[in-house]
Design a protein around this ligand. Structure first.
Ligand code: SAM
Ligand code: DTB
Ligand code: SF4
Length: 360
C-alpha cells in the first residue's frame, strides 16, 4: 500500500488533562514533528502506533469538530489499511444461555428473563459445517462464542480445541470468546492454532461496576494478558449506549490504547437492547457518538482492525457508511450475532456494493 508523506497519521494531540503530558520528541516511534496548521489542539505526526496516550489526549481527539475528527481518522486509516476493503467475520454461539455472570446488557445471563433458549456445547461437526458455510459466503474469520464465565478443563474444552483446529483447517482465521482463561488454557488454544481471542473491557473502569458485578476489570485485563503471552492476537473493545458518559468511553479507549501492543482487533458494539435485561430501556445511541468513537479508536490504535460490531440492524446504511469513513474496517455478517439478529448476508453484500467496498 502506498504510504505517501502526506498520508501519515496525525496521531497525537496536546492538552492532556488526566495524566502527565509526554513531550512530542519523546513519543515512541522516533522523531515527531509539529504539524503545520494543526489548530488549537496542536497535532503531532508520528510514525508508529503509540502506547502512551493520556485520557486527556484521547478526549481532545474525541471532542474535535466531526469534520476534523473524521479527516484525521481517514489519514490514520490510509496509513495502515486499504480503505476500500472490509473484513467479514461470522459469529456462532457454540454454547448459549444460562451464564452465571450478571452482565447487564447480556441476553444470555441466567440473572435475567430474556427468553433465550439454553443450548449446551454444540457438536464438532455442526460447528464445522457452519464454518464452511461462512467461508463459502466470503467470511475470512469465524468467531465462536460460549456463554461461560470461564473455561473449565475437560471434555468440553477439548471439543473447543478440536473446533479451533477444524476451523483453521478450513483456511479461516479462528476466534473464540469463552470468558476468562488461565495461562495454560491460552497456551492450549494457541497450540490448536487460535488466531484471536475476544474478551471485551465493555466500558470504562469507573462505570464497569454499574454493568457487571460478578467479575472485575482486573480479571478481564488478566485474561487479556494470558492471551497476549500465549501469542494469540487480542480482540478487545466495548459497548456504547449503556448509560455511560463520554468520559467513560474515552477512559475505555485509553486503557485499550495504552496496551502494548494494541489489541489487533477493537470491536465497537452498539448496545442491542434486549427485553428482560436491566439495560433494555436505555435510550438509543446517537449514531454520531458511534462515529466519534470509531474515529477516535482508529486514530489511537491506527494499525488495529476496528470492528463495527453489534447493533447494525438498528443503524441506517448512511450511519454505517459514516462508520467506514471514520475507519471501521470489519463487520460481522450473517443473520445472527450470538443470540440477536444481524443484517443478513444479502443485505451486507448490497451495502458494500452500494459503497463500492470489497471484502478483505
Ligand atoms: N461469555 C463470554 C464473555 O463475556 O467474555 C463470551 C460471550 S459475550 C456474549 C461477548 C461480548 O458480547 C460481551 O463481552 C459484550 O461486549 C458483547 N455483548 C453481549 N451482549 C450484548 C448486547 N446486548 N449488545 C452489545 N454487545 C453485547
Ligand atoms: C463483540 O464485541 N461483539 C460480538 C462478539 N464480540 C462476540 C458479540 C455481540 C453479541 C450481541 C448480543 C447477542 O447476539 O447475543
Ligand atoms: Fe455471560 Fe458473556 Fe453474557 Fe456476560 S457477556 S452474561 S459472561 S455470556
Amino acid at each position: 500500500m502506498p504510504t505517501p508523506e502526506t498520508a501519515r497519521p496525525l496521531a497525537s494531540l496536546a492538552s492532556p488533562t488526566s495524566r502527565a503530558a509526554v513531550p512530542p520528541s519523546e513519543h515512541p516511534g522516533g522523531a515527531a514533528t509539529r504539524a503545520a496548521g494543526s489548530g488549537a489542539a496542536g497535532s503531532v505526526i508520528a510514525d508508529a502506533p503509540r502506547h502512551d496516550w493520556t485520557d486527556g489526549e484521547i478526549a481532545a481527539i474525541h471532542e474535535l469538530p466531526l469534520t476534523e475528527l473524521v479527516f484525521r481518522a481517514q489519514v490514520a486509516h490510509r496509513r495502515h489499511h486499504d480503505p476500500t476493503r472490509v473484513q467479514l467475520c461470522t459469529l456462532l454461539s457454540i454454547k448459549t444461555g444460562g451464564c452465571p455472570e450478571d452482565c447487564g446488557y447480556c441476553p444470555q445471563s441466567a440473572h435475567w428473563e430474556t427468553g433465550v433458549e439454553r443450548q449446551g456445547l454444540l457438536p464438532l461437526d455442526e460447528v464445522l459445517a457452519k464454518a464452511r458455510q461462512a467461508r463459502d459466503a466470503g467470511s475470512t474469520r469465524f468467531c465462536m462464542g460460549a456463554a461461560w464465565r470461564q473455561v473449565r478443563d475437560g471434555a468440553e474444552f477439548e471439543r473447543v480445541l478440536a473446533m479451533v483446529r477444524g476451523v483453521r483447517e478450513l483456511g479461516l482465521e479462528a476466534c473464540c470468546t469463552l470468558g476468562m482463561l488461565t495461562r495454560e488454557q491460552a497456551e492450549q488454544l494457541a497450540e490448536a492454532g487460535l488466531t484471536a481471542y475476544n474478551h471485551n473491557l465493555d466500558t470504562g473502569p469507573d462505570y464497569y461496576h454499574r454493568i457487571i458485578t460478578t467479575r472485575t476489570y482486573d480479571d478481564r485485563l488478566r485474561t487479556l494478558g494470558h492471551v497476549r503471552e500465549a501469542g494469540i492476537t487480542v480482540c478487545s473493545g466495548g459497548i456504547l449506549g449503556m448509560g455511560e458518559s463520554r468520559g467513560d468511553r474515552i477512559a475505555m479507549l485509553g486503557v485499550l490504547a495504552r496496551l502494548d501492543p494494541h489489541p489487533e482487533s477493537v470491536p465497537i458494539n452498539a448496545l442491542v437492547r434486549v427485553a428482560g435485561t436491566p439495560l433494555a430501556d436505555c435510550p438509543p445511541l446517537d449514531p454520531l457518538d458511534l462515529v466519534r468513537m470509531i474515529a477516535t479508536a482508529r486514530i489511537a490504535m491506527p494499525a488495529s482492525f476496528v470492528r463495527l460490531s453489534a447493533g447494525r440492524t438498528e443503524m441506517s446504511e448512511e450511519t454505517q457508511a459514516l462508520c467506514f469513513l471514520a475507519g471501521a474496517n470489519s463487520i460481522f455478517t450473517g443473520e445472527r450475532l450470538l443470540t440477536t439478529p444481524n443484517p443478513g448476508q444479502d443485505h451486507d453484500r448490497a451495502l458494500l456494493g452500494r459503497l463500492g467496498l470489497s471484502p478483505l
